[in-house]
Design a protein around this ligand. Structure first.
Ligand code: MG
Length: 412
């Protein structure tokens, strides 16, 4: 008998390929040594198998666990909140060491840190981070001067410039209308905010921004880039497509961005204050090599191959002279991600060994293996369904036959 004996099977195998990934322990659960239970969430051979664009099965326990991040706290007017544990803090209320004047590297900024905020000194120019920042989640709080002076664009104007290129407008727009695409929370000159959710001048306003820069390859745009902004917790930019760098009077034009650039804050002649500035770099998108999301077939197959290799490497640790099942199942699991002739051969040998041992069982011993054998029968059905093994692979019929002969599918 064999898991995959026919030529058609090898052909099928070659068409299937796939890989897997990392945490390994769930296979211990699979170790039918402890008997066959119905497959449960997180065990292999459960959710739909990987395909051409998804390197993971549905509910795949091999998929890497999300990283644990201790969240921060929200701010009040009196007290800035604390950033999440993995945030890069750009300004904590006192320390301006991560900032410099926009005039040139190492030129100290004339903006000042006082009363827990960094304040624009009108005429001193933009301030920028010394570090370069690309795709990110950015948190910024700002306050327009309490004393209201000027109107329109002249009142409490500043700006948050992602990568120094895309301005999210900062403006005291509270009871102070201006052109919509220059309102607070606008992508300046491109897209007005969905609503005006500002607090009165003097109070701190919070911007939470998700920034994805444009991605180009060989001069071709793969992703225009998008920006999402919450103003005081209210959505004002909803995954707004970027149209290039923003500017005054001129229409923005799509163009390649570098991988990262400094975050800049604008000096527009008003003593706007900032506090609690932090960001979290974002992982690459699928389009630029990320491994989550809807992947290209190439990227999917690469990831599936990695996962299969990881499982194949682990399989020998399941070897048990008295019980071929743990190793057999681990090897078979790898085939769900990627076909591999050597693995198929080994699995066939172990499957043969197992089926021969089953055939030698006394009726009482066989009865004791009811759950295990039914579970294996279900696994073969899964493998056939996802073309991992051909429908005519011997164990399929053999296990079916045993279950039928024993009348184990009969409802109680
Ligand atoms: Mg501005």
């Amino acid at each position: 008998m064999g898991l995959a004996t026919s030529t058609n099977c090898v052909h099928t195998f070659n068409n299937i390929m796939n890989p897997l990934s990392s945490s390994i322990t769930f296979c211990a659960a699979l170790t039918l040594a402890s008997a066959g239970r119905a497959a449960s969430v997180g065990s292999p051979f459960y959710g739909d198998a990987p395909d051409d664009h998804h390197p993971w099965a549905v509910h795949d326990a091999n998929r890497p666990q999300p990283r644990v991040v201790a969240p921060g706290t929200f701010s009040s007017q009196e007290q800035p909140g604390t950033p999440p544990a993995d945030a890069v803090i750009l300004f904590d209320g006192t320390d301006l060491s991560k900032w410099e004047a926009d005039e040139g590297t190492g030129v100290p900024t004339k903006w000042v840190a006082k009363n827990g905020a960094m304040e624009c000194v009108p005429g001193s120019g933009y301030v920028r981070t010394k570090e370069s920042i690309g795709d990110c989640q950015l948190h910024v709080e700002w306050a327009a001067p309490t004393k209201v002076e000027g109107n329109g664009q002249g009142r409490g104007n500043s700006g948050v410039f992602l990568m120094g290129l895309v301005e999210i407008q900062v403006l005291d727009n509270y009871n102070n209308p201006t052109y919509p695409d220059g309102s607070a929370g606008s992508v300046y000159g491109v897209n007005p905010p969905l609503v005006n959710a500002l607090r009165p001048p003097g109070e701190f306003q919070a911007y939470d921004i998700v920034f994805r820069r444009p991605v180009y390859k060989d001069g071709k745009q793969l992703d225009p880039g998008y920006i999402t902004v919450f103003e005081n917790g209210v959505l004002v930019q909803d995954h707004t497509m970027l149209e290039g760098a923003t500017g005054h009077m001129s229409r923005s034009k799509p163009s390649p961005f570098p991988a990262a650039g400094p975050l800049k804050l604008q000096d527009h002649g008003n003593p706007v204050r900032y506090r609690n500035i932090w960001y979290r770099p974002l992982p690459p998108r699928a389009i630029e090599g990320g491994t989550d999301g809807y992947l290209s077939t190439d990227a999917t197959m690469t990831k599936r191959a990695e996962t299969a290799a990881m499982i194949r490497k682990d399989a020998p640790s399941r070897k048990d002279a008295a019980n071929p099942l743990p190793e057999l199942l681990r090897l078979t699991e790898s085939l769900v991600y990627e076909q591999d002739e050597e693995t198929v051969e080994k699995a066939q040998q172990l499957a043969t060994q197992y089926m021969e041992s089953v055939q030698k069982l006394s009726p009482a011993e066989l009865a004791a293996k009811k759950d295990e054998i039914k579970h294996l029968r279900d696994i073969t059905r899964y493998l056939v369904r996802f073309n991992v093994i051909p429908a005519d692979a011997e164990p399929v019929a053999q296990l079916d036959q045993i279950v039928k002969d024993q009348n184990w599918d009969k409802k109680k």
